[in-house]
Design a protein around this ligand. Sequence first.
Ligand code: MRU
Length: 364
Amino acid sequence: MKVDGTQYRSIWFDHDANDVKIIDQRWLPHEFKIVALESLEEFAVAIQEMWVRGAPLIGATAAYGMAMQMARDPNDRSIDETWSYLEKTRPTAINLRWALNRCRDALCKIPPESRAEAALNLAHEIADEDVETNRRIGLNGLEIIKKIAAGKTAGDPVRLLTHCNAGWLATVDWGTATSPMYHAQESGIPLHVWVDETRPRNQGALTSWELGSHGISHKYIVDNAGGHLMQHGLVDAVIVGTDRTTASGDVCNKIGTYLKALAAHDNGVPFYVALPSSTIDWTVHNGVDEIPIEERNEDEVTHIMGKTDNGSVANIQVSPDGTPGGNPAFDVTPRRLVTGLITERGVCEASAEALARMFPENAN
Ligand code: MRU
């Protein structure tokens, strides 16, 4: 998508410099910085410390990390060690393991001298596929938005609510939850998006930055406002992303998603989850019991980063000195609260049967 009129992806291979470039998301929305990832350690830190973030982008970054390592050491042991080293960086988003498995399975079948080139081509393939998958998710989600718009007085906006950032920054391009929004905007459907702040890391600021750059009407709201807005009929649908969806349709996403789903259910507001099939964990059936929830550093809760009045970016403490912070980064929304899953193949209900029909080649 565009930043100040220039087309970007969130990650790309710089052929001139022969390195991988990313948008360093730690500084957004206040500063736009591009950095090169030059060692395996840097790839791991970039994922762990959220220079890159969002399940599909984490997967693509890991694939490029494997490619970089294959150029240095293409031996069998290096494949396994790189897999284990990168896989540990974030435990919840399944796209990380999906991408690493795909790399390992392909690379171990070919001779070491061919691995560097093959791994880089595979990383490009994973990145390009993600872009096309998200474009398709957008077209499928657009049909939902069109139906809502058809029930409104002409000119009245379709009012959506989203949580976290499941935008182009969280994928390679388009985003998952935001792709239907960008497609609706291109189709001339008036939209208004309520953007949850999403404490502690405030990914809503990233979503607002994206939507603002594309001229989509939106408001940045505190996480606790969603229930009130739904009660007052100000939300037509919720669309969120996911870090891992079970084979039976339970949805794990950024902490606070579950509360939005409960409020949506109580108020008869449809709750959609947009996801590429790479986010489905076909080995897991009960999301609450089986998905590991990342517990991040308490500093992310006790402190907050933002722009000061003099324009500099600073990190300040919000809690009393010595107060411990708790920081579970994700929660699970049970399938009964999900109206539909918007995938690259179409929209289906959140159930084992519907997912198996949509992706028969993956279902057990
Ligand atoms: O901790 P983050 O910022 O990586 O969490 C991101 C999310 O929870 C997104 O909603 C999810 O990865 C879907 S991204 C298309």
